[in-house]
Design a protein around this ligand. Structure first.
Ligand SMILES: NC(=O)c1ccc[n+]([C@@H]2O[C@H](COP(=O)([O-])OP(=O)(O)OC[C@H]3O[C@@H](n4cnc5c(N)ncnc54)[C@H](OP(=O)(O)O)[C@@H]3O)[C@@H](O)[C@H]2O)c1
Length: 218
């Protein structure tokens, strides 16, 4: 599959490593330009590109940058993507890093905000997963205790595609519903950073409260 990854940090770098090693055709971008990604490209076989180019012909695009950088993504960066492109949002709102985002402080789910900024539906995944776990904790399907990731999104087909990809990466998934209730997997919730199996993730999602705790407010 052709996959574009925008953001080459902790999460984007490790997704590049794993997805490329699974045989996917990965293009990866950061903010400083492809020449700064030569080492990652050499290590993984991924193609280093600009953020404007990352989505070209891609069936899946991963947006994995700090929220504060989302409004600055190049206009039309998804225009040349494959028809029906699935966009994964790994982002979290960290007011200390991202500054105050009023709509999120007022209760808009973080991924709904991102979706509005980029003008394309997103599937929320990986946001509560430790970056290192992506390379160290994957297990074959059917393994008892296999770590599960919550996946939220409004488009059933897009969500199914993301769940299949996560399975390939070595993790179970739990359908966490649509984006309106994706606050259940935001920072500060029981599932955030949870390394449990599907049953544990389901339980944690059910125990979440929509109240944003002081630690996660500006
Ligand atoms: N770290 C984790 O374990 C973890 C876990 C789950 C979710 N998350 C969330 O996932 C997102 C990414 O986290 P991270 O830890 O991977 O971040 P990170 O290590 O700080 O890396 C951020 C990446 O985004 C790139 N970037 C910033 N602005 C950009 C732009 N305008 N265009 C293209 N690329 C841009 C940066 O490029 P430059 O270096 O060139 O500026 C860098 O490669 C965040 O929202 C974070 O909260 C993180």
């Amino acid at each position: 599959m052709k996959i574009g990854i925008i953001g080459a940090g902790n999460i984007g770098g490790n997704l590049t490593r794993r997805l490329a090693s699974l045989g996917h055709e990965v293009s990866v971008a950061n903010s400083r330009g492809p020449e700064t990604l030569a080492e990652l490209a050499e290590e993984t076989g991924a193609t280093a590109v600009t953020a404007s180019e990352a989505a070209r012909d891609a069936q899946v695009v991963v947006v994995t940058i700090p929220l504060k950088a989302v409004p600055a993504l190049p206009a039309g960066f998804l225009d040349a993507a494959a028809e029906g492109v699935v966009v994964i949002d790994t982002g979290n709102y960290y007011p200390q890093r991202d500054g105050r985002i009023a709509a999120i402080e007022d209760g808009l789910p973080e991924s709904r905000w991102t979706e509005t900024q980029i003008g394309h539906p997103v599937v929320k995944a990986f946001n509560g997963t430790y970056a290192q776990d992506i390379v160290t904790r994957g297990l074959p399907g059917g393994t008892a205790g296999r770590q599960a990731l919550p996946v939220a999104g409004d488009d059933a087909a897009a969500k199914a595609a993301v769940r299949d990809l996560i399975d390939e990466l070595g993790f179970d998934t739990v359908d966490a519903g649509g984006l309106d209730t994706s606050w259940r997997q935001q920072p500060g919730t029981p599932v955030y950073g949870n390394q449990g199996d599907a049953a544990a993730v389901e339980k944690a999602l059910a125990a979440a409260s929509p109240e944003r705790t002081a630690e996660w407010r500006a």
